[in-house]
Design a binder for this molecule. Structure first.
Ligand code: HEC
Length: 197
């Protein structure tokens, strides 16, 4: 019987399968490590939790053609600068509160979630809060009782989720920290609150 052509032999396809799987695995591991470096806290695009001790601003980057966050001078949340550990604990508490109350059932965070209510990625910079000096109080008040404080043109109201004062403050810390993440310009075309330069 004649030998089959090289491309028709079983051993060729077995070797090809092993090579393709092996190379894909290496590429996958490389991409995973690369992504982990980019999304870990304290890296270039995802700031350390102590960002909540600073003013968060946005500047337009002409090269990238996107709005890019800028961590400004000291402007501690609730007037109290926190150590790295305490800032992390507060932001984590906010994140857990958001998960426990399933805010993503209505909102998106960094684009993930539902589309009933506004994306919260830049909620900290929403001009609706008026001015930087009243924002923290207004945000906490809103979270404690949002049902009567309509501020969107859609007529949709947020229900009262009965957060405690500590939970509401932690959520504000999480939202402030999240607004400092460089999201490549997402959400597109958002306007930010006017702040001094
Ligand atoms: C049942 C749907 C629903 C759930 C659940 C919900 N929200 Fe809302 N939220 C809304 C709606 C609707 C608005 C817009 C209300 C308005 O403008 O008055 C809103 C507005 C907000 C705003 C103001 C956004 C901005 O850009 O100014 C914040 C902050 C917020 N929600 C945080 C939360 C957090 C934190 C949770 C979870 C603890 C949560 N929401 C859960 C419906 C919801």
């Amino acid at each position: 019987m004649d030998q089959p052509a090289w491309w028709a032999s079983g051993s060729f396809w077995r070797k090809a399968a092993i090579w393709v799987t092996g190379v894909s695995l290496v590429v996958l591991v490389f991409l995973t490590m690369d992504s982990l470096g980019k999304i870990s806290v304290g890296s270039k695009r995802v700031p350390a939790f102590t960002a909540i001790n600073h003013r968060i601003d946005y500047v337009f980057n002409d090269d990238r053609r996107v709005q890019q966050p800028r961590i400004g001078p000291q402007e501690p949340l609730f007037g109290q600068a926190l150590t790295a550990e305490r800032a992390e604990a507060l932001v984590r508490h906010g994140k857990l509160t958001i998960q426990a109350n399933n805010c993503m059932e209505c909102h998106t965070l960094l684009g993930n979630g539902a589309y009933f209510a506004p994306d919260l990625t830049k909620a900290w910079l929403d001009p609706y809060w008026g001015a930087p000096d009243v924002r923290e109080k207004l945000m906490v008040d809103f979270l404690l009782d949002p049902s009567e404080k309509l501020h969107n043109g859609l007529g949709r109201r947020m229900p009262n989720l009965h957060l405690t004062l500590d939970e509401a403050k932690a959520v504000v810390a999480f939202l402030k920290w999240m607004s400092a993440i460089d999201t490549n310009g997402f959400p597109y075309n958002f306007t930010t609150m006017k702040q001094e330069n």
